[in-house]
Design a protein around this ligand. Structure first.
Ligand SMILES: [Fe+2]
Length: 370
């Protein structure tokens, strides 16, 4: 995968809209966002570009009968512990870290541990790139690569840039740069008769926003109001998403970049599932992460896993579940504060979400089955 720093404009919308801190904030304040939220008039590396045909041409990677998809770990090694614990109670499983497993881990020891574990040579542990991995492994720092839409505050974007800039410095002094730069953007698995695509953003870009919860059709008006989405930011038509999945040859598409968890089904039986964040709170009042579990429909889940299922659906014989990652929040907060204390860019943008989840989002809203 080329990581050439050829740039092309990828402005998403005219900008005059109210600014907001979208998915990563605990409230609809304009002060927080995701390592995946775009700058208005952002520039996107050409290497971020994708299209459905690239996924349809990607050979399937062999996996175990259960696959965990864990996007947005954000350097939380306690979440990594909990994902491993869940897997130890489950059927034989593979895990796919689909990008942004780095973010808050600029402290060298934590950076080394997270990347050493995620990138370990293990056929059941797979990884794809997020914008964070692309940017920190580039020769020189330019931005967080978030491609924020115009409705996100420039202050949010500049704080994300500062976080990734710090991480870039850590990465440059580590041995992980070449492995991070070589990560694929796409992955495909065949599981229980279903074809599953794994991307970071959407089928058009590694940092795409067309599959953000607030952009889904039919629109969640309460969510869009909470985020201050302007009317000019039209939802992505459901028929367009279903058509892209068909073109990509997948029944289920897993993504994460926009960092607000949801699961939506489409006419024809396909589904998009965004796990939000594996390493940070996703729902009102909870600091727990979320991963997507893919397994065979029917039968009982192991108790340790069943008790953590937030919502789920089936696509043919494939069971698609959003599973809570109940990591050690006290330890995580302590580690976060040791690196990003009050007044720091990460604390300013993410502390409320780390301690209280996303105040305007609940699991009942995230399950969009029709
Ligand atoms: Fe991202």
């Amino acid at each position: 995968m080329s990581v050439a720093r050829l740039l092309t404009r990828c402005r998403l919308r005219p900008t005059s809209a109210p600014l907001l801190g979208a998915e990563l904030s605990s409230s609809a304040s304009p002060s927080s966002s995701s390592p995946g939220r775009p700058l208005s008039a952002a520039s996107c590396p050409l290497s971020y570009r994708s299209e459905p045909s690239l996924l349809s041409a990607t050979p399937a990677t062999p996996t175990q009968p259960v696959v965990y998809v864990a996007g947005g770990l954000y350097g939380n090694r306690f979440a990594l512990d909990e994902i491993e614990r869940l897997r130890s109670h489950d059927e034989p499983s593979s895990v796919v870290f689909n990008g942004d497993f780095n973010f808050f881990n600029s402290e060298p020891e934590v950076f080394r541990e997270v990347n050493g574990r995620v990138l370990a040579e293990d056929p059941d542990s797979l990884a794809t790139a997020g914008n964070v991995e692309r940017e920190i492994s580039s020769p020189s720092f330019s931005s967080c690569g978030c491609a924020y839409p115009s409705y996100v505050s420039p202050a949010v974007a500049s704080r994300a840039d500062a976080i990734v800039s710090s991480l870039h410095g850590t990465c440059r002094t580590s041995p992980f740069g070449p492995a991070l730069a070589a990560l694929p953007s796409l992955l495909r698995v065949s599981l229980h008769g279903a074809e599953v695509g794994v991307v970071h953003g959407d089928l058009g870009s590694l940092a795409g926003w067309s599959l953000a919860a607030e952009m889904m059709d039919p629109p969640d008006r309460a969510l869009r109001a909470a985020l201050g989405i302007p009317p000019s930011a039209k939802p992505t038509p459901a028929a367009q998403v279903a058509g892209q999945l068909k073109e990509a040859g997948v029944d289920v598409l897993c993504c994460t970049h926009t960092c607000l968890a949801f699961l939506q089904t489409f006419a024809g039986g396909s589904a998009v599932v965004n796990n939000g964040s594996a390493g940070m709170g996703n729902f009102r009042g909870s600091g727990a992460g979320v991963v997507t579990r893919l397994g065979r429909a029917g039968g009982e889940l192991a108790g340790e896993v069943a008790g953590r299922v937030l919502y789920e659906t089936t696509v043919g014989d494939l069971r698609v579940s959003a599973v809570e990652v109940a990591f050690d929040e006290e330890a995580w907060r302590e580690e976060f504060l040791s690196a990003w204390g009050p007044g720091s860019p990460a604390h300013e943008s993410y502390w409320d979400r780390i301690t209280g989840g996303v105040q305007f989002w609940e699991p009942r809203q995230a399950l969009r089955t029709y």
